[in-house]
Write a protein that binds this ligand. Structure first.
Ligand SMILES: [Zn+2]
Length: 170
């Protein structure tokens, strides 16, 4: 027969054992939770690393594209400026050529008007020449010499010069 004291001791031991088991259970739960949290943390870190890598790659690609774009814009501006300069030079050249052509045409027209005026003065008319003690009759110039006495025979030196004929032609 166990004494009341012993029974009380046994009860105390059983309670303590139950408390130890409960504490061990709780500890086991906490350890599992800690393990889960560590796993979640590692997973989150891996995901973060992945996203970081993706972001870095995207930023690098964007930076490269932007730089290439800027470079293309600069080159296009340089080419446009060059084309503008060439066009301006060509336009100046065209203007100069136009002015030169206009001046040449004006001079040519003036020369033709003057040549026509000279031809108007030197016309073929009937003429006579007594200078060699014999009467010679033929076509003489209306202006050079005197057609009725000392004729200059047609074509006169002035008309021959205008027509490009040799000076010594009779
Ligand atoms: Zn003449």
């Amino acid at each position: 027969m166990t004494s009341a004291y012993t029974q009380d001791l046994i009860k105390q031991r059983d309670r303590a054992a139950a408390e130890v088991r409960a504490a061990e259970d709780e500890l086991g739960k906490l350890r599992r939770r800690v393990a889960e949290l560590i796993e979640e943390r590692d997973s989150a870190r891996q995901e973060a690393d992945l996203w970081h890598g993706t972001a870095v790659t995207a930023i690098a690609k964007y930076t490269y594209t932007w730089a290439a774009h800027q470079s293309t814009i600069l080159e296009a501006r340089r080419q446009a400026a060059r084309a503008d300069r060439i066009l301006a030079a060509a336009k100046r050249g065209c203007d100069d050529l136009g002015a030169m052509a206009h001046a040449a045409l004006t001079r040519a027209e003036q020369a033709e008007t003057r040549i026509a005026a000279v031809r108007e003065l030197h016309q073929p008319v009937d003429g006579v020449d007594y200078r060699r003690r014999e009467e010679r009759v033929g076509l003489a110039c209306s202006t050079c010499g005197t057609p009725d006495e000392y004729a200059t025979w047609w074509p006169c030196p002035t008309i021959r010069a205008l027509d490009g004929a040799p000076e010594d032609r009779p």
